[in-house]
Design a protein around this ligand. Sequence first.
Ligand SMILES: Cc1ncc(COP(=O)(O)O)c(C=O)c1O
Length: 460
Amino acid sequence: MADFRFSNTHAEWMARDAKSVMGWRYDPPIVFRGGKGTKIFDVDGNEYYDLTSGMMSQTLGHAHPEIVEAIREQAELLCHESSWYSNPWLIEFAELLGSTLPGNLSVMDFAVTGSEANEVAFRMAIAKSGKFDIVSVIRGLHGGNLAVESVTTVGGARKHSLGPLLMPSRAAAILPPLCYRCLVNLTYPGCDIGCLKTSEQLMEFTTTKSVAAIIAETVPVSGGMIVPPKEWLPRLAMLARRWDAMLVLDEAQLAPARTGKMWGFQHYDVVPDILTFGKGVSAGFAICGAITTPEIAAEVRGKCGLPWAGTYTGDPFPAAIALKQLQIVIRDGLAERSGRMGAHLRARLEEEILPFGIIGDIRGLGLYQMLDVVEDKRGKNPDPAGAERIRYNLMMEGVATIAVRNMVRIVPPLIITEAEIEDVVGRMRTAVKQAEAGYPRDVDFSRSSSLAAEAPVAAE
Ligand SMILES: Cc1ncc(COP(=O)(O)O)c(C=O)c1O
């Protein structure tokens, strides 16, 4: 099998990165310096499809001409200001984002990261209810600040050795609707969503019974693209109501328009009390936030440090770029397009990739799909090393993606065309075939992001 050939300059960048930058890196630790549309370019000029849309944030791909123009214009106008004053771009962005939402979700408290947005949601829920327990769903990821890390349950090394910095609320977690490997050994639809019935018992026995909020990713993505059956979210909302708890939905991975709807929860018959956004809505320029109703906003103002505002929250620069991106997403009907292109992508993956013995399942919504890589189809045992081999081979085929544990992500910019999907699926077939044959054989993946997260860490 051919292997990577990097120039001396590229190898030098990699060595300098390893020496001076503390970050997770895959093998090979490719250094990028350009991007256009669905492609990203390394420092040698090699082209790769960007199947991660940056960090799931470049909704319109790289260097979209209208976004580039908006960046130029805004750079000359106003980039940063005191977050205790406002600006027209922020107000318009808030109004436009609100106009895409059902119910009365129209007031937003902005943040810089998705983690911060979820912590703002916690502040809102605690301020509204006067209660403290936050219940989360196992395999959910809500960020890396310590409060949200406490309710993040995707496994790996991220929580190791943090000891008392994590809050006790980490114990209050309920079961995910992972039908492919059902945690209560039932089969949908006959199960009558048994995982949720068990979950109510978990809440009964693991919380203080004083629950401020249930937080869930509408589709738990990092925990394995757990697309819930249609009944799960409505019943979770009912559970929240029975417990007089707020329902917080985290859509950092899903919005806008990626799943075939503007918001992921629009696939289900629910409206959350608080909704958080990041990544794709931010257009890659770090404008995230928590959205709630005017009634809740009025009630929580002045409590629990709300409204939340830091140095960069609601800055004119990211607001203007996110506004421009959202205008384009709406103008070009990208939610509907993602549904259509996603259905095509999924059908092609099922035809060409699912038949391989190491692909147990393909899950996802719209233009966010994942390969569940297994030792074999019958046993369904997750195979993270297999996922790493696929990721490595995909890079060699000119397709950049990420593997997290045994899952390989397919998250292209929403502008991807049918011809590009066809090209990507063809390259993927080659990559998976090589991985199934055991290639690459001599690459040490132990420091690669997804497997390093599995490594044992010093005792807590
Ligand atoms: C669902 C979800 N929520 C929140 C976050 C945290 O976002 P950020 O990295 O911007 O803090 C992530 C990050 O991956 C995420 O996937």
